[in-house]
Design a protein around this ligand. Structure first.
Ligand code: CA
Ligand code: CA
Ligand code: CA
Length: 198
């Protein structure tokens, strides 16, 4: 899928209204990202996630893939959560601010960055660099977010829309963009980051 098609996909979603289902998704994502459980998102949470990525894949700290994953996690913190503002080393974000930040991003030209961000995440998850996300690589994704691994197969199937047993970049991007820009209470992608939390 070409970059222009992905931009068309992003542009095809109307402005996010901030409906109950959407708020629930973002609050769930906040909880998943809050690795140290202190009710704030900070650099430390994303470092801890990168450590879990490395742990799941038995990567040593100096392994190039471990470094790539760490960069992708820190980039998500700086570019997606903070949107390039503030000080990524010292800032921390509450749940309410996080939800408002994502809402502003989704309803501004910033939303066109989603395809590039998704690609970086996809590449980080694709540990063996074969261009697809396998079932075990998806389980690693859940492991990093402390989502029970027995929920990974069902979530994998929801993303694998052509049912070939692999998640392609296109499938992953469609699911990811729907999670952030979609407000359909029945979308199979609402559980992209695991079951929605109350
Ligand atoms: Ca935290
Ligand atoms: Ca792979
Ligand atoms: Ca597939």
């Amino acid at each position: 899928m070409e970059q222009t098609d992905l931009l068309k996909l992003v542009r095809s979603y109307p402005d996010v209204k901030g409906s109950e289902i959407w708020l629930k998704k973002m609050r769930t994502l906040f909880e998943r990202c809050d690795a140290d459980g202190n009710k704030y998102l900070s650099k430390e949470d994303f470092i801890q996630m990168a450590q879990r990525d490395a742990e799941y894949n038995s990567l040593k700290e100096d392994d190039p893939k471990a470094k790539e994953v760490r960069e992708a996690r820190l980039s998500a913190w700086k570019n997606a959560v903070l949107r390039g503002q503030g000080n990524p080393d010292t800032d921390r974000v509450t749940k309410e601010d996080f939800v408002q930040n994502v809402l502003c991003a989704a309803n501004s030209p910033w939303r066109e960055q989603y395809p590039a961000i998704t690609k970086a995440i996809f590449n980080a998850l694709d540990v063996n660099d074969d261009g697809i996300i396998s079932k075990s690589e998806h389980a690693g994704f859940y492991y990093a977010y402390r989502i029970p691994l027995d929920l990974s197969p069902g979530a994998f199937d929801a993303i694998d829309t052509n049912k070939d047993g692999e998640i392609s970049l296109e499938e992953f991007t469609r699911a990811f963009i729907d999670f952030f820009l979609g407000e359909d209470p029945n979308s199979p992608h609402n559980t992209f980051y695991g079951p929605l939390l109350d």
